[in-house]
Write a protein that binds this ligand. Structure first.
Ligand code: NAP
Length: 249
């Protein structure tokens, strides 16, 4: 279904080649937005771009790692060349490198921090530069239920996602004077390639603990992001909104 909620807007969604990011890109495109597709994988980015073009929207592919300052500089140069404005940034790219504390390597810690935390910093700083000129911007960050509850084997991931909450609350205060809002979505257990490798037995145990009785879909998250990226959420900033089927209330 298409509607005009975001028509005339340009949105960058990081890590949107698959999973939740892909659903967000398609949902925002169906709502009328032109889309900047970022992923580290060129092929998935191109496949998604073809789908977005099929919806009648403009699309720009900007591959690169959100954790690389050089990649982000190049991506924003490309965006400025192609579009006059950037209205929406969705900081979706995220990775896991799970391990128990005693076994966790420095590399596993650093990789997760580079993508999940430094990536949000790099992208939001660059986007805010554009958004402040236009006195308009909507930033939506992906945190996680894990940031709120903790999770065994995910000290790096939980710390990075808790950091995203700190970024969200701080920048809501800093950026409000430029009419830029920034909020975070905290998904629970969502059916995506990220969770696909979890053994079936463990998945069933997790789902039994979800009051709504099912894993979330990427579209469940994307619909919330669409609301936070639109003017229907104009007076909401600095909020962490859960989308978790009631697994943590
Ligand atoms: P996913 O299926 O693993 O997709 C993540 C996407 O990010 C992939 O397309 C991946 O590209 C891309 N990516 C990875 N590293 C990147 C980098 N350095 N720069 C740019 N893109 C990069 O994950 P997901 O489940 O959709 O999760 C999306 C977001 O929601 C993440 O921030 C995650 O932490 C959060 N979240 C997910 C869940 C869940 O249950 N799934 C729950 C809570 C929060 P490649 O495919 O090429 O590697």
């Amino acid at each position: 279904m298409t509607n005009n909620l975001l028509s005339g807007k340009t949105a960058l969604i990081t890590g949107c080649g698959r999973g939740i990011g892909k659903a967000i890109a398609l949902t925002l495109a169906r709502a009328g937005a032109d889309i900047v597709v970022n992923d580290i994988d060129q092929e998935t980015a191109e496949n998604l771009a073809a789908e977005i073009t099929g919806l009648g929207r403009k699309v720009l592919i900007c591959c690169g790692s959100v954790g690389s300052r050089a990649d982000i500089d190049a991506i924003f140069t490309k965006i400025k060349d192609e579009f006059e404005h950037l209205d929406i940034l969705v900081n979706n790219a995220g990775i896991t490198r799970d391990n128990m504390l005693m076994k966790m390597t420095d590399q596993e810690w650093d990789q997760v921090m580079d993508v999940n935390l430094k990536g949000v910093f790099y992208c939001t700083r660059a986007a805010a530069e554009m958004m402040k000129e236009q006195a308009y911007g909507k930033v939506v960050n992906l945190t996680s239920v894990t940031a709120l509850t903790g999770n065994v084997g995910q000290v790096n991931y939980a710390a990075s996602k808790a950091g995203v909450i700190g970024i969200t609350k701080t920048l809501a205060r800093e950026l409000a004077r430029f009419q830029i809002t920034i909020n975070a979505v905290a998904p629970g257990f969502i059916d995506t390639p990220m969770t696909a490798s979890i053994p079936d037995e463990i998945k069933q145990t997790i789902v039994r603990g979800i009051p709504l009785g099912r894993a979330g879909s990427p579209e469940d998250v994307a619909n919330l992001v669409k609301f936070l990226a639109s003017d229907e959420s104009a007076y909401i900033t600095g909020q962490i909104i859960s989308c978790n089927g009631g697994i943590y209330i």
